[in-house]
Design a protein around this ligand. Sequence first.
Ligand SMILES: Cc1ncc(COP(=O)(O)O)c(C=O)c1O
Length: 619
Amino acid sequence: MAASKRSEGELLPLPQDLSHHFSEVTKRRTPSSIKEFYRFFAIPNIGNLGGGLPNDELFPFDTLEAQTANPDRYQCTPNHPVSARQGSQPVTRGKVPQSDVNTASWRIKVPKTTPQVDPLKRIDLSTALQYGTAGGYPPLLSLIRQFTTELLHPTVPYRGGPEVILTCGSTDGFSKTVQLISNTWNPSHDPVSSRPGMLCERYVYNNALACVEPRGIQVVPVDIDSDGMMGKGPGGLQDILQNWDPRQGARPHFIYTVTMGHNPTGTVISVERRREIYAICQRFDVIIVEDDPYWYLQFASAAEREAESRGHVVKPAVPYAPPKLTGYDFLDSLVPSYLSIDVDGRVIRLDTFSKTVAPGCRLGWITAQPAFIERLERITETTTQQPSGFVQAMVVEMLMGPAQKDKVKSFHKLSIKDKAQYQGWELDGWVRWLEGLRGVYERRMLRMCSLLDESLFQLKQSTPVNDLESDWGVITKTRIMSYDWPRGGMFVWVRIHLENHPLWQAKGTSVPVLDGPALAQALMIFLTHKPQLVIAAPGTMFAATPHVAEDTAWAYLRLCFGTETEEKIAPCSRRFAAGLQRFWRIKSVEEMERLVAELRSSSEPDLEDLANLGFEGDE
Ligand SMILES: Cc1ncc(COP(=O)(O)O)c(C=O)c1O
């Protein structure tokens, strides 16, 4: 499909030359003369006296072997809201029944060497553990290129389509992207007018800030609504760019955005919103850096289950008929990347295996127009060179196994039973694995949100003030939290209504006023005490700027439903909700002050409490 798109694509425009966005260092980079030489090494039977490579026979590993999960280990959830309501595939409310977890595993083996001569198919230790080219290990690079261009982004609307380069994860990908498109700025000798700027959502993954701020890049927050980054309206992207005051620095020339299962807010940006934002980026010549580690975690059931839980009218599901592009209903049902509308070639997309395989792999990739990837290769040559050969070999063997096994001499010596154990996932298996992971996280999200929904208010029975009322219990209902059920990702972004706490604005001694930030600090500590024993990430950790932290971020907590096991999600959610209710019953200013003091003191938390963080006593 994608191939035919690409040949039709002769009529598509070429990506624009956007090299004016490159940093000064990026412009000056030249190819590594050593790495350029590598292609000659592949000439059959060439006597290699030119390289400085160690001899691969001396590598102390004879094989790499592993047991891997069967790709259908976890049960899936529905791809479309309608089927969710009809319950054609159950979205279990509690634990995944044991029978839904396929515990079978497969074996994979990377041999020392194979007779395979095609570098795109050759997976062995003598090549994987050797020095290589900056793009990545050829068989893995080729597989990712295929997955990216045929399945993830089959319709990138510029001629030839995008290129990819492997990275050591999205953190590495972002750091290299920042080097690619941004100069550093030194306040002591550079003019303010040259200060580069980065736009991002008002609440943002904090590691991205830690990457840009020391380089002098100005962080410019864009307002969000329940659909993610706003294009139009006050505080939206257009407003900021149109009214930019050059005395603040150069008008920002790139956006850092997490568009699917945003960290921390859980939104998924719709195709319509993407079009609006993209058009603004075209008008103001802005590059979009799209960092989407949670793209496959889009929850079709969230909107309906939220409405059901809160007694809202369930809006009839908008008939969603995504184009059938890939042949995989799961992939076709997902909101596509900014790349799908990137006519200019201004999108740089970061992907990672951290959430689909494991963070310790340190493996990911960047997808962008070829001219950007070529410069990223130059950056990679002098930094990481390539992700680890061990990881690349294991991951590609897991994904491509069967293509390999006939080529491995030693494989033929195995018994039929042993041969049957050696498997690889192939693309079908990989897609099924992702779909199963989505199922696991979606069930956890539904479980957490349905429990939290029971505690949105504090209900209090007041004493009747006169005889007429005495037959009626007077119930007051105070809102203590609100949130949207996440449409994707791993997080619930909870707004705590501290302005409704009985001690709001009370005067203290060590804390002069119990304002929002002070009460938020007290709550954070209170939650870590018994019997609550839960940690929630404070909203201020995700504030794009100090102003956002003081203005609104203190009112939020981020709850992650990804880390704890299926069994612990319910007790942790209950302890959080019960803790919030208890916090609302604190009437003493001194007690609040003690909690704030505990946070501000540098004393270590009680280790016994920490060891017990996962206890299930109040299930
Ligand atoms: C938005 C976002 N980007 C990047 C990362 C880190 O990715 P990696 O492990 O690939 O560096 C995370 C991890 O939590 C994340 O949430």
